[in-house]
Design a protein around this ligand. Structure first.
Ligand SMILES: N[C@@H](CCC[C@H](N)C(=O)O)C(=O)O
Length: 300
């Protein structure tokens, strides 16, 4: 890393990646120092004034035995979250391309447990996304008991949704047609609905047949994205629980297709899809104010 000039922060190397148009800035925090405040992440996520991304992914050394890396995820609003399916596939591609590992099966520690990523020979990555959680306090979702469908008052409407955690919280609504679904109006209201105390990702699911669905997701902390991997898992689980879907489902999102498999309660959800590098870059981070520098590092 080159030496920063006066009043400038260090250079940061990053890779821009995308999985079905859900786009990421990916940072190797193993071979370079990395520390960003939420306001800096928001600036970098800005599509006009920054790099522009839905999520920032950070690759760190593992903190557990039998795990290859730690995977941290930040939404465009700077909030740190537990899970990102499209990001997990890009993560797997990144650590191999950057020669941080040559394994094809990679175990990664996330804020909600360990996930396993498998890199295929065809640009496809499959991810064991873990066992979905339906217990309301664990999602978290405000309800007295577990149900497949909850009735929720939102604005002047009453909607029905499934509430599921894929490590991160999801609400899934069935719609007749995703193209005309009220994603822009209901999405933000349900994302911040008091019954989801940690906020939630809101999926709008159209069932075409038992093996094919269409989906749009209004993501917590990032708004509507072209695709949401954990949202696709939650949507298929919701459809299976309602008896509407088979165990293997092709999910069509605005940015492309994912294949999701789920064998039922207590089993993990498997996701397969592509991961693509867009470009590599470097940027000069702003210098930290002197007072903060002193506090953080104990030096002036
Ligand atoms: N795009 C992601 C999900 C990213 C995190 C999400 N916005 C949250 O706040 O939980 C995916 O592909 O799963």
């Amino acid at each position: 890393m080159s030496q920063p000039r006066r009043n400038q922060g260090p250079l940061l190397r990053f890779t821009k990646m995308q999985g079905l148009g859900n786009d990421f800035m990916v940072v190797d925090a193993i071979s370079q120092p990395f520390r960003l405040r939420p306001d800096m992440i928001r600036d970098l996520a800005d599509r006009n004034f920054g790099v522009g991304f839905d999520q920032l992914l950070v690759v760190e050394p593992p903190g557990l035995p039998d795990v290859d890396f730690r995977y941290r995820i930040f939404n465009a609003d700077g909030s740190e979250v537990e899970q990102c399916g499209n990001g997990a596939r890009c993560f797997a591609r990144f650590v191999r391309d950057q020669r941080l590992t040559n394994k094809r099966v990679i175990r990664v520690q996330t804020a909600k447990g360990v996930i396993e990523l498998k890199v295929g020979r065809n640009n496809l990555v499959s991810v064991n996304m873990g066992v979905p959680e339906f217990n309301p306090p664990a999602i978290p979702f405000a309800a007295d008991c577990r149900k497949e469908v909850y009735t929720v008052d939102v604005g002047d409407q009453v909607v029905e949704l499934s509430a599921i955690s894929m490590g991160n919280p999801h609400g899934v609504l069935l719609v007749d047609d995703v193209d005309s679904a009220p994603v822009a109006s209901l999405g933000p209201m349900l994302e911040k609905h008091p019954r989801f105390p940690a906020r939630a990702n809101i999926g709008f699911l159209q069932i075409q047949d038992r093996g094919h669905v269409r989906l749009r997701v209004f993501e917590r902390g990032s708004g509507e994205t072209l695709a949401c991997g954990s949202g696709a898992c939650a949507a298929v689980v919701a459809g299976c629980l309602r008896g509407l879907l088979d165990n293997r489902v092709e999910v069509e999102l605005r940015g492309g297709r994912l294949v999701i498999e789920w064998q039922g309660d207590g089993t993990p959800v498997m996701m397969e899809g592509p991961a693509t590098t867009v470009f590599e870059g470097q940027l000069r981070l702003p210098a930290e104010p002197r007072s903060r520098r002193r506090k953080g590092h104990g030096k002036s």
